[in-house]
Design a protein. Structure first.
Length: 80
């Protein structure tokens, strides 16, 4: 079984976590815009996915690259 280490909230390694950064940005979005809308298939609406692509800064994938190959990005396509 994998043992996880517990890190303090102020641990410097957390500044490099794309998952934590994505979660924080998502919570900021909800505070500013209200709930994240869902499609009939229960996926995030494209307006949020587009917003996320521009801000999440996932390693190795920029918003410009993502939109170069896809004019519309669906929830399941981000991040690849």
């Amino acid at each position: 079984m994998i043992e996880f280490r517990t890190l303090a909230d102020e641990h410097p390694d957390l500044a490099h976590s794309p998952l934590l950064r994505g979660a924080q940005l998502t919570l900021q979005y909800v505070q500013e815009h209200g709930a994240i809308g869902l499609t009939q298939n229960l996926a995030f609406k494209r307006i949020f996915v587009h917003w996320a692509v521009e801000r999440f800064e996932w390693p190795g994938q920029s918003a410009e690259e993502t939109f170069r190959y896809n004019k519309v990005v669906n929830e399941f396509e981000f991040p690849r």
